[in-house]
Ligand binder design. Structure first.
Ligand SMILES: [Mn+2]
Length: 296
């Protein structure tokens, strides 16, 4: 094996040395002021980058993409405004706007709204694949308009996503019936964690492909979609979630869609155990890259 040993790989995502935008560009968003339970996702980008060093020892074992030959840059972290959610959303949107194909490392889920605002301006309304324990379609968070639980309410009402081309997978948290009904009423396909467990990844991937169709598609991966046994390091854990392998298998079944960007959010390293949450998040971003950069 060439290159430095795993523990000495540079602490960028997948150890990339490129800092200028490339075909695929990684950026961190160290922000968590909109979290409604345990804070700490501001430390997510650093932990995900560190854990990603485990993934550069060879090629992806099914897509046969090699991190060393990937057209990948890590441009560091986007600026944020301390404690100011609207100002941070504006700063993220400005920073994301010129990046052609962004892979964002959160940060809490609220940052996705700014990323969708930046991207939808170029692509028009997006199809959305959302791995999550929570629908995140609350109109606000405890009176705060922009929180990590209201991101997709605003994405829908602002016309950034096409609800009939939007799938949520892994849903299982407590939720007000009116929020649930509003989400379904918009045309969103909601797949509970139980539905994923009972159907299996191949059937779920087929269903997602059918809903997304040929529209430009965005992947938003909230790490709390995974069961706390696989991802304890997050602010709002819910039991009964997806196993890492299920999420991996579903993602591997989503090649050929018109992917336009992704984020992985809600990694809060302070609650993590042996870096398993950060490694799961890094691996999901890597699975996405293998999906978009791999052979068709
Ligand atoms: Mn979420």
């Amino acid at each position: 094996m060439a290159g430095p040993p795993t523990f000495a790989v540079p602490p960028t995502f997948l150890g990339t040395a490129r800092r200028d935008p490339a075909a695929f560009t990684v950026a961190g968003i160290p922000f968590d002021a909109g979290t409604t339970n345990r804070a700490g996702a501001r430390d997510g980008p650093h932990a995900i980058r560190r854990a990603s060093r485990m993934l550069v020892d060879g090629a992806h074992p099914t897509a046969w993409v090699d991190p060393a030959t990937l057209d990948l840059a890590d441009i560091g972290d986007f600026p944020v405004a301390l404690g100011d959610i609207p100002a941070t959303l504006a700063a993220i949107e400005r920073a994301a706007a010129p990046v052609p194909h962004l892979i964002a490392l959160g940060g809490e889920h609220g940052v996705t709204l700014a990323l969708l605002r930046a991207l939808a301006r170029r692509t028009g309304p997006l199809a959305l694949v959302q791995f999550d324990a929570h629908v995140d379609t609350w109109p606000d968070g405890f009176g705060q308009k922009f929180s990590h639980g209201s991101v997709f309410h605003h994405a829908i009402t602002e016309g950034l996503v096409e609800p009939c081309r939007m799938v949520q997978l892994g849903i299982r948290s407590p939720v007000q019936r009116e929020v649930w009904d509003w989400t379904l009423g918009q045309g969103v396909t909601v797949l509970t964690a139980q539905a994923v467990h009972e159907s299996g990844p191949a059937a779920i991937a087929a269903l997602v492909r059918e809903v997304v169709g040929h529209a430009p598609a965005y992947l938003s991966f909230d790490i709390d979609a995974l069961d706390p046994a696989f991802a304890p390091g997050t602010g709002t854990p819910e039991i009964g979630g997806l196993a890492s392998w299920q999420a991996q298998a579903i993602l591997r079944g989503l090649c050929g869609l018109a992917w336009a960007g992704m984020d992985v959010v809600e990694v809060a390293p302070a609650y993590d155990v042996a870096e398993i949450t950060a490694l799961a998040a890094a691996t999901m971003a890597w699975e996405y890259l293998a999906l978009v950069a791999g052979p068709r």
